[in-house]
Design a protein around this ligand. Sequence first.
Ligand code: ATP
Length: 370
Amino acid sequence: MRHLAVIPGDGIGKEVVDVGLEIIDAISEISSFDYDAELFDIGSERYLRTGELITEEDFDDLGKKDAIYFGAIGDPRVKPGILEKGILLNMRARFDQYINLRPVTSWHPFVPLKKHFDFDICFLRENTEDFYMGAGGTFRNGRDARVTVKRKLYDLQMDLHPVSSSDDEYAFEIGLLSRKGIERFADHAFRTAIKRGEDRITLVDKANVCTSIYGMQREIFEARSKEYGIALDYMYVDAMAMAMIVRPHTFGTVAVPNLFGDILTDLGAQLQGGLGMGASGNINPEGVSMFEPIHGSAPDIAGQGKANPIAAVLAAKMMLDQLGYEEMGTLIQNAVRKCLDDGKFTRDLGGTLTTAEAGIEIKKAVLAQK
Ligand code: ATP
């Protein structure tokens, strides 16, 4: 018996998670997958009602689950950043979900490329380090430079742009990688490639410019490459952005640091047909992972039955995969493919179905595989 936490959240999050739960239910009907699901009231409504984002009690309860199934958060009534930082980023940090898993799969005919490529890229974005650690600040001509690192940056700035007036102002953001952080990231990347039956991985960076952090990353990945007996290809992030458009079919497992991963995986989302198709996992291979569609709460279409539920359904598939039920995950993937082939989808893809109707079709296609 697997124990799932469900956080539908806000806006279309609720609508697409409803569909995802129906699909998980269908899977449990036709397979050995047995589960219970506990609903958590976390999101803007509760925040506006009580001022609470996520409590220690929530964390305790969530920490006892096998996985978290998440919809979306976001609300025009709440200042941007409050819910994202207070809930989503907080949860990723608390459960140390250090890998962001973003598959990029071709779902023809929704691939917006002129050429027909079949691709199945597994993006692994490091989720805790790099330029997103929040290690930044501002200071004014040295007067506020209290710590060494700021001092150093100030000196550097002085060399680059000699300060003429006493009120010059600076801002900085540090990209930081740790040996331990890179090692666990690399281990997961090589293990993923092995699981996918691949003999090489691609590491994306900008080691020709950010030589310190990405130099260390290369050194560690190289050592791991020998240990695992899996080849390692390097791509600079700018070249990677181009390659994803002209030869997406040549990539399998791709490891990418946090900031570049944020950008490349959104490019990837468009390659598979848009926001309504992209799913993501925030993974802690040794702990509690969280699965979600990549889109937000989309207040503009919420409550109108317009949301494409496929991203959330594919997030449920990834959750089953992660829990060790890959065969059931494949049933979901097949069902989605069948609905797309048969023209049974929502309006964002050019179809006619509502969210619930699309869900019913996917469910039928799951059950048909019994
Ligand atoms: P948030 O701040 O919560 O991220 P947002 O509106 O900025 O919200 P998204 O929710 O990701 O960003 O959506 C951007 C646009 O994409 C929406 O306005 C909506 O029209 C469209 N969209 C997003 N998800 C879906 C979906 N599942 N189905 C159909 N359209 C979608």
